[in-house]
Design a protein around this ligand. Structure first.
Ligand code: SF4
Length: 422
């Protein structure tokens, strides 16, 4: 028996698709159970899981494990600590451990594990995904949906880009996956996991979504340059509306032209703002335009920060640059940070303008400022809906986050109840 622990994506709750895809592959060889909510499970629950499933192999899908850090802020909801992690591996004494995902360095200090090559193979597989009864889906849940793999962009801060070309899921298989999920589980809402969703090839997918015999809704990543290349912005934006798009997330990263050139990201700032303004005019009140930015990119003096509230987007989000030098998955930045203008002091990065601590302070100040609170954005719409919170909530408000954590905890209890019944 194989069990695979995977963490719930914060905020709220949503599945990380990779663990479930991997489980489907392993099902050919063994019984497999994916166990969600890893970040919230007490050691007693872990022991109960061991007694129930009697695994000989224990897997960890680590992509969202960094969310433990949230535990430092509200530790009562997140039991993990160094001692917890050491005890956890003792519980599974005698088992083989495998792991995958982007944050494996968080697990490596605790146990010698096998980096599973299966994860690499998953990258080549873009067939229909099947959800199972023992995945314990909730009624009306937002699910992740992969529509293509790979990315032809070359953002140097990115370690996800394993395929340099886009490989699409066959349209019939995609339709079949969505239809099956509807008839078997009543699922109609999706977070599209696809870095290149807005290429012109999306047209046939959008038309298929539009023509489904039920009300289909989704959130997706979007690229300004894709919209720039489309000759008919009016028609294209209309199609997104008709297909059920609720939020499009544009990774703008910086409003400094030099920086954009250096990180090979999109057209110049003026062109990007023009395109987004047109989209906003068309989508206003219907499709949320979410824009994200990174604090600490090369050559970036951050002179644009004060303009953020005036931009042509409904919500925007800033985050500090993370340079995980020890991570098994490398980006051009982490492979050769000096080349990009980064030096290190006490393990933290530094540019000519600021260091990592300053970047975090800027973001924190911004997250908790009183005016202009930031509402739920992008895939978070699915995460918070999945625990029953309104998508119009303000996640920068401490009371709302407390409520969200309570709701997430209630969802975990509901999940475990189903797990014990298997
Ligand atoms: S950040 Fe997104 S667009 Fe850029 S290379 Fe990575 S996956 Fe592609």
């Amino acid at each position: 028996m194989i069990i695979i622990f995977t963490d719930v994506t914060f905020p709220g709750f949503s599945r990380s698709l990779g663990a479930y895809m991997y489980a489907n592959k392993l099902k050919t060889y063994s019984d497999v159970q994916v166990i969600d909510f890893f970040g919230d499970l007490s050691l007693n629950t872990i022991k109960k899981i061991k007694r129930k499933f009697k695994p000989d192999i224990v897997g960890f899908s680590s992509t969202f494990f960094q969310e433990y850090k949230i535990g430092r802020w509200t530790p009562r909801y997140f039991p993990h600590s160094d001692k917890y992690m050491r005890d956890l591996f003792k519980v599974f004494n005698g088992c083989k451990f495998i792991y995958g995902g982007v944050n494996t360095e968080l697990l490596e200090p605790y146990e010698k594990m096998t980096w599973h090559e299966g994860e690499q193979r998953l990258w080549l597989d873009i067939r229909k995904h099947t959800w199972h009864e023992n995945d314990l889906l909730f009624e009306d849940e937002w699910l992740p949906l992969e529509t293509s793999k790979g990315c032809s962009f070359s953002c140097p801060f990115c370690c996800y880009r394993k395929l340099k070309i886009q490989v699409h899921k066959d349209l019939n298989e995609l339709r079949q996956e969505i239809t099956e999920n509807y008839y078997r589980f009543g699922i109609t809402k999706y977070m599209i996991v696809d870095s290149m969703f807005t290429t012109p090839e999306a047209e046939e997918k959008l038309k298929m979504f539009r023509d489904l015999p039920f009300d289909f809704k989704f959130t997706c990543f979007a690229r300004v340059s894709h919209f720039q290349n489309l000759y008919d912005l009016e028609k294209w934006s209309e199609l997104f509306l008709d297909a059920g798009c609720m939020s499009a997330y544009f990774g703008i990263e910086s409003l400094n032209d030099e920086t954009l050139k250096t990180i090979h990201k999109g057209p110049d700032v003026k062109t990007q703002l023009d395109i987004l303004s047109k989209l906003r005019e068309r989508w206003y009140g219907q499709v949320q335009i979410a824009a994200s930015f990174i604090i600490g990119l090369p050559k970036d003096d951050l002179n644009w920060l004060d303009d953020l509230d005036k931009g042509p987007w409904d919500v925007h989000h800033i985050q500090p640059l993370r340079l995980e030098l020890n991570s098994r998955l490398k980006s051009p930045f982490t492979e050769n940070p000096e080349k990009w203008g980064y030096s290190f002091e006490n393990g933290r990065w530094k540019t000519q303008y600021l260091d990592e601590l300053e970047a975090r302070k800027i973001c924190f100040k911004y997250y908790f400022r009183d005016k202009n609170p930031i509402p739920v954005m992008f895939h978070y719409i699915g995460h918070v809906s999945n625990v029953g919170l309104s998508i119009n909530s303000n996640l920068n408000n401490k009371e709302t986050v407390e409520l969200l954590l309570k709701k997430r905890s209630a969802k975990r209890k509901e999940y475990l109840k189903k797990l014990w019944k298997l």
